[in-house]
Design a protein around this ligand. Sequence first.
Ligand SMILES: [Mg+2]
Length: 272
Amino acid sequence: MGARYNLKQVVTANEVLARIAKARNEAIKQWFDPARFTVRFDLDGCLLDNGPRTLAILGHFIRHSTRLSWDDLQRAEMLDRLSDFVRRGQVAYAPEENWRLVTGESGLSFKDVWVGYWRLNFFTNVWLDYDRPFPGAVDFAAGLDAMGVRPTYLTGRHTPRATSEFPDGMEHGTRRSLSAYRFPHGSMFFKERFELSDVIYKARHFKEYGRADGVDFPIAIFDNEPAIIEEITRVMIGELQVPFFVPVLVETTSGTSARLPPQALVLRGFNS
Ligand SMILES: [Mg+2]
């Protein structure tokens, strides 16, 4: 999984800010109302590191799961190993990989039980306080806000829905954690159904946007999924003809792969 792109597309955080300032000027020339300019930030893997959330759930699993046949000593040993990994920041993205790292090959027989447990907990409000902003993410968003380009949030996290596999949604916990980390206040857009693909959801969001003459006007998107950056570039620059739109891949971890269109920028960290 990952993005294929030309190294010339890699930019620093300041260069991204300069590109957005330029886009803002272009948009003003075309008579768009500057008070409405925004950017859309993805959350998971873009502004927020979810690794600590997975490790917190793993700690709970090791401590409490009755499906694990480990005795107290084995559990204590695994919890020690887990805190070592957390301390050293060696957190992987996939739950399977974290399991392998922490327990070693010997624990693999419980992997499926763990992944099931992880899934039941990960997509809920309960553990969202464990997410951590990536270094520089809060200041970067605040910098845009200061430029007069308001940060807004477009996430694949879902709203509550009675018929969903995870009916409580993730909205409440998301709002709580973003304000706890002091991300600038801004509109948040959630998926209405857990089961919907993020690529389809986000593409539709931008398409509806172009038609609706919405209350704000997004001039950039930040996302860690190459397939989303590819698709939104196609929609905004190709279909809706907004040539100054700035698509930015934030290169962290990803679950999709794509060749990035030449208009996309690649940011290897908000402090880069
Ligand atoms: Mg993401």
